[in-house]
Ligand binder design. Structure first.
Ligand code: FAD
Ligand code: ZN
Length: 473
């Protein structure tokens, strides 16, 4: 191991190889996951500054038979970016590779290094007069490499797609330490298998993403936010249909929030004024991005809400009068996971179901849960426009939250995931598989798909050097 560390120091410089040998160095930021569900121990944290350095590090580790855990902002939610506790893995941090390499305005593309923080990229796009539409609550610390490796979603997928849809080209260091330069800004390229889409969503198990060429969009002339109380989930789905028809491509956000989820924000963050939650089973947050003007966007919203009221699909609604009000409404939505954490440990599910089946899925699954775990509380919210729910399960009122997580997680997961399968859904919509759900894929993924995935892993990383045990157990 010492020979490997010496070699790594030769590649990236002494200061960029951090180990436990130095008692003054605290590696916990790289060894603990964001949700504090896993505490690993690394052989070393290595921080290369260029693609050539990444390639040399991977070659050295492969030659020594030492496995690598790629890491960006370490905000992932499925325990994929931290080492195991063996003390034998190298954490490969991309954080120093954070340059925006260039913007091609006519081609509407930006080329950026993997360690660039998402918000930095959004700001660079804005400064050049464009929009980079990926948006999620972790944007101040997650990186574009991590976003691509997990195929991140977020709040604008209903219009712009997951980051997969935003990606035109990649630069990747293979498990053998070779560099694939696929940084084309081409929107059309049918020259064989799509390697780019193989690496997007591969969670560091097939290659190390070092840079990407991504799509840019014109900035909308106006963005308006509305908050609507709806009488049921069925009504929320009907409202989504109306919003698609009335707003067309202007519909850039459609989030649903159950009453209990909103009650937690009202309880734990009383300084936030949560509108309309107490008398309605759920509320919806809509965003309309318009290429014409604010008046036009407002007119569209008014006509949409008028129709929705007439059809009984909306019970009450407010449209934000200012940017500040719009931010406050989005802040309520983003505060749900934090309010939930304040309430105590809970069992999280990031699931997707065809939108049309969501009301029936929730009605049935809520009832089953109540039957099996009486008093359980459902924190149900998420990106309804994409069929993606964060269907989280909180201990009964006054119950011991850690005991609930310890004793009930397996049973609750089993019940919820079986229901997801029955309703043709996915047990991971946007967060990925990591280690947390790797043992679930053999149960819930199509066996032929799983066998193909294993063949791909074997072909690209026969030594099992890259993030072993993640995705495929
Ligand atoms: P990390 O956590 O460092 O890594 C994630 C995975 O990618 C790991 O498997 C890692 O090995 C791999 N990886 C990282 N960088 C590379 C690379 N350069 N090459 C190859 N593999 C790599 N996700 C959503 O999709 N939508 C949301 O709305 C959303 N909201 C969130 C809100 C909060 C508050 C938090 C904490 C997380 C949220 N997430 C969300 C989770 C999401 O997966 C991450 O925030 C983000 O995409 C991960 O980026 P990261 O740089 O932190 O990656
Ligand atoms: Zn989400």
């Amino acid at each position: 191991m010492n020979a490997l560390l010496t070699r790594l120091r030769g590649i990236v410089g002494d200061a960029q190889v951090l180990t436990h040998d130095d008692p003054a160095t605290d590696l916990s930021a790289w060894e603990q996951d964001w949700r504090r569900r896993a505490y690993g121990r690394a052989l070393a944290v290595v921080r290369p500054a260029s693609t050539a350095e990444v390639a040399a590090v991977v070659k050295a580790c492969a030659a020594a038979g030492v496995s690598i855990v790629p890491q960006g902002g370490n905000t992932g939610l499925v325990v994929g970016s931290v080492p195991d506790d063996s003390g034998t893995q190298v954490v490969l941090s991309l954080a120093r590779m954070n340059a925006v390499r260039g913007i091609d305005g006519d081609n509407l593309t930006v080329t950026v290094e993997a360690g660039c923080v998402l918000q930095t990229l959004q700001d660079a796009a804005e400064a050049a007069g464009f929009l980079f539409p990926l948006s999620l609550a972790a944007e101040g610390s997650c990186t574009i490499g991590g976003n691509l490796a997990t195929n991140a979603g977020g709040t604008q997928v209903v219009r712009y797609g997951n980051v997969r849809e935003l990606c035109l080209g990649l630069e990747v260091v293979t498990a053998q330490g070779e560099v694939w330069d696929g940084l084309s800004g081409l929107r059309k390229d049918n020259t064989g298998y799509d390697l780019r889409d193989l690496f997007v969503g591969s969670e560091g198990t097939l290659g190390v993403i070092t840079a990407a060429t991504l799509k840019l969009y014109p900035r909308p002339a106006a963005q308006l936010t509305a908050w609507a109380a709806v009488p049921s989930l069925e009504a929320a789905v009907q409202l989504l249909g109306l919003a698609h028809r009335h707003l067309g491509a202007g519909l850039t956000g459609f989030e649903v929030m159950g009453q209990f989820a909103l009650s937690l924000v009202a309880k734990h963050f009383p300084q936030q004024r949560v509108p309309l939650w107490s008398e309605h089973p759920c509320c919806v947050l809509l965003e309309n991005s318009d290429s014409e003007s604010e008046e036009h966007a407002r007119g569209q919203f008014e006509r949409l809400l008028e129709t929705a009221f007439e059809q009984g699909v909306v019970s009450d609604a407010v449209v934000a009068e200012s940017l500040q009000q719009a931010h406050a409404l989005w802040h309520i939505r983003e505060s749900i996971p934090l309010a939930q954490a304040e309430e105590g440990l809970n069992i999280k599910h990031d699931i997707s179901i065809p939108v049309s089946k969501i009301p029936a899925f929730c009605a049935e699954t809520d009832a089953l849960l109540q039957r099996e775990v009486p008093g359980v509380r459902l924190v149900n919210f998420g990106h309804l426009g994409d069929g993606n729910l964060h269907y989280n399960v909180q201990a009964p009122e006054g119950g011991d939250a850690s005991a609930f997580l310890r004793d009930m997680e397996a049973q609750v997961n089993h019940l919820v995931f079986d229901q997801v399968r029955r309703f043709d859904g996915s047990i991971s919509a946007e967060h990925g598989v990591g280690s947390l759900k790797a043992d679930k894929l053999p149960v819930y993924k199509d066996p032929v798909a799983l066998a193909l995935m294993r063949s791909i892993k074997q072909a690209l990383d026969p030594q099992n050097i890259l993030n072993p045990g993640r995705v495929l157990s």
